[in-house]
Design a protein. Structure first.
Length: 698
């Protein structure tokens, strides 16, 4: 008997020979092979009589071979195998070109299934290169729902099907990882049965039952991981805080705007979490421009206003953004807080207004002189010693996975060497995301987080008018841009690429910048921003753009998250079809941040009907959640995040909008991770341990 962990190559010589092709599809073990599910099934279950055949219509017949000949076609010098066969009532012929082995496999007297589109030639039925399979007790290639797989290289459908069938036979009854209790209550088949049925279903119903169970299992594992992560995080002590109402009120009064109701609601939720003994793990979701930052700043303020000198790490995905947060905080908080705030990046460090050395910065953090430390995610990845890190704020949470959270925990607990009795405490976590994740997806992705929503926009915001512009109106668009620039407004132009290296003809910032500079706006200064610039250069550029020192910024998607340029009113996007709808919505959110009317102009490189239809959704709605749902339906979950980086989304069979099943999986995961009755079960213990290990490896 084979085990799921066994290498696939020991299965059969075909698996050994095609090891590389299998590996390309991530099939390395027997288990991987069995979890390589068909993407569709051909229904060949109906077997016809020869007398029922119709010309050109796909059909399967069951016949006996009466004659086999191997011929050579004299014109093309090609080998032809020709057979005659009968079903006792009618006769037919079948031929295969260049497939000599057919004549070695089939013998006169064999019963076979033939599947193909027959034609009438010389008064008899002729199948050209049909699929064939000898009739057995159980057939896998014909006379059934035949599974069709994604395959790679020289590995054929038939070979893959053969290997999977063999693997099913040789693994025998696989131990079922799910508790019997669960299987009974949900009426799910055993795992072995489900795998058998997903590959070689008896009928539609059999297939449906197997699918349901396998989908459940996948979501259940995911949810178990989240529950485990949550459980292990929550078991640590944290820094419970008092709510500093007076201080907060004061600051709120001094702000240039009044907080929206949603902002206040979310702030309250956060403060209640901060009061508790268990660490907070909360995600604030709000559309671009909904004003998440100020809420986070107020939470930070509450943290540093405690009697103890507690600290806050405020992390952003890019340095541009971290710098912007630093400047904002300096602006919003009164002067006396300045001497508590540090900015830390690879090549520069600030403390309040002062440029300091990295060493000084690290010393300030270690002594808790710096109470709010702003930087990129490297703040937790590098070994930076905080004295009393009580709150971690993570802007754009979807870039921040379980692994980093794990690192955070480890670096917090590993700090015991620095002494003191509070060393095993972990900080509260507050994540912010402008990616409006549909609720179901949030549940799946962030099953271990509490979620707060900011749905209303700050008052006075106008919707950004969005237009899909045909190429012939390009010059008119440039003229429009010129008019706005004459009124001292600013423009973003986004391209998907840095250099013109792409074969598909998508626009690059280098080429567009050159063209605009030389031909379209020769009198204007045009900035160029992309990921290859040094961080100091990027910041300088953004600073000058923010101060309206030049009118046009050509940029790649580095600009995507959070950059705030109040004076910008036009967002022009080239090769827009290259981006997901949510990502485009993010770009669009860069404008419309003041009371002026704003525009988002979309241009396409490939203006196929499908692309246009998809992009039209942006014209119709300004609601980020709707767009995210659409992305999810049209292009799968990876697209919501712009890239497909998140390993958590590699679902094989389940999908992320199956709310009911996700909920069911979550309920079961909670029971199994927390209830004594299940925890004492050896098999489940092993499963949870495996999932934990997997989580650390992700
Ligand atoms: P996001 O949620 O996308 O991170 P920000 O926090 O950057 O949005 O806020 C966008 C802009 O709106 C900022 O300039 C911020 O100062 C401003 N802002 C935040 N809250 C309000 C409010 N209640 N009323 C008016 N403007 C606000
Ligand atoms: Mg933001």
């Amino acid at each position: 008997m084979l085990k799921l962990e066994d290498e696939v190559s020991i299965l059969h010589k075909i698996a050994k020979e095609k090891k590389k092709d299998l590996a390309k599809m991530d099939i390395k073990t027997i288990g991987d092979l069995l979890w390589h599910f068909p993407f569709r099934y051909d229904d060949l279950s109906e077997v016809k009589k020869i007398s029922e055949l119709e010309a050109g219509v796909l059909a399967t017949v069951k016949v006996t071979v009466t004659k086999i000949r191997v011929l050579r076609s004299w014109k093309k010098k090609m080998m032809i195998t020709e057979i005659n066969a009968t079903d006792n009532e009618g006769e037919l012929q079948a031929i295969w070109f260049r497939q000599k082995y057919v004549s070695q496999i089939l013998k006169v007297g064999d019963q076979i299934y033939l599947n193909g589109k027959p034609e009438i030639k010389n008064n008899t039925w002729l199948f050209s290169s049909p699929n064939y399979e000898k009739v057995k007790a159980v057939n896998i290639h014909s006379a059934r729902l035949v599974p069709i797989y994604h395959t790679s290289g020289k590995l054929s459908q038939k070979q893959l099907r053969f290997l999977i069938n063999l693997a099913l036979k040789q693994t025998g009854e696989i131990d079922d990882p799910l508790p019997v209790d669960l299987l009974n209550k949900e009426d799910y088949p055993w795992l072995y049965q489900a795998l058998q049925s997903i590959h070689f279903p008896e009928d539609q119903n059999d297939f449906a039952i197997a699918t349901q169970r396998l989908k459940f299992q996948e979501l259940f594992y995911l949810q178990c991981k989240y529950q485990l992560a949550k459980k292990s995080y929550v078991q640590y002590d944290t820094w419970p805080m008092n709510i500093q109402e007076k201080t907060l009120q004061q600051i709120m009064k001094s702000l240039p705007f009044k907080l929206s109701n949603d902002q206040i609601k979310v702030l309250k939720e956060i403060l209640l979490d901060l009061e508790r003994e268990q660490p907070m793990n909360r995600l604030v979701e709000g559309d671009v421009g909904s004003g998440k930052t100020i809420v986070a700043i107020l939470a930070a303020l509450n943290t540093i206003s405690q009697k103890e000198k507690l600290q806050v790490a405020f992390m952003a995905p890019t340095e541009i953004l971290a710098w912007q947060h630093f400047e904002n905080i300096k602006k919003l908080l009164p002067e006396k807080y300045l001497e508590k705030i540090a900015f830390l990046s690879k090549d520069r460090q600030y403390f309040g207004h002062d440029l300091i050395t990295k060493q000084e910065a690290l010393a300030n953090i270690k002594s808790a002189k710096a109470q709010i430390v702003i930087g990129t995610h490297s703040l937790i990845q590098e070994k930076i010693n905080f004295k009393k890190l009580a709150l971690v704020i993570i802007d754009e949470q979807h870039r921040f996975g379980v692994k980093q959270r794990q690192a955070l925990k480890q670096s917090s607990t590993g700090r015991s060497a620095s002494g003191g009795k509070n060393t095993s405490r972990v900080p509260h976590l507050l994540s912010l995301t402008a990616t409006p994740i549909p609720r179901t997806l949030a549940l799946t992705l962030y099953g271990d987080l509490d979620i707060s929503l900011i749905q209303e926009k700050p008052q006075g915001r106008k919707d950004v008018k969005t237009l899909l512009v045909p190429e012939r109106k390009r010059l008119a668009a440039y003229k429009f841009i010129q008019e706005k620039i004459d009124q001292k407004q600013q423009v973003f132009i986004i391209c998907p690429l840095i250099d013109e290296s792409d074969k598909l003809g998508y626009k690059s910032v280098q080429a567009e910048h050159k063209k605009l500079n030389e031909k379209i706006f020769p009198d204007l200064e045009i900035g160029l921003l992309h990921g290859k610039l040094k961080s100091a250069e990027k910041e300088d550029l953004m600073k000058r753009f923010k101060n309206n020192q030049f009118p046009i910024l050509v940029a790649t998607s580095v600009i995507e998250v959070g950059v705030d340029i109040p004076n910008a009113t036009i967002m022009m996007i080239e090769s827009a079809e290259r981006f997901g709808l949510s990502q485009l919505h993010q770009f669009r959110g860069r404008v419309g941040r003041n009371s002026l009317a704003s525009w988002c102009l979309l241009f396409t490189t490939d203006d196929s009907h499908l692309n246009k239809e998809r992009l039209k959704a942006l014209e119709k709605t300004n609601n980020g959640f709707e767009l995210a749902e659409l992305d999810l339906q049209l292009r799968g979950s990876g697209e919501i995040f712009g890239t497909k980086q998140t390993g958590l989304l590699k679902l094989k069979i389940a999908n992320l909008h199956d709310t009911k099943l996700i909920k069911k999986a979550q309920d079961w995961a909670k029971k199994i991770v927390y209830q004594e009755k299940y925890l004492s079960n050896h098999q489940l213990q092993k499963l949870l341990l495996d999932l934990k290990t997997e989580m650390h490896l992700e």
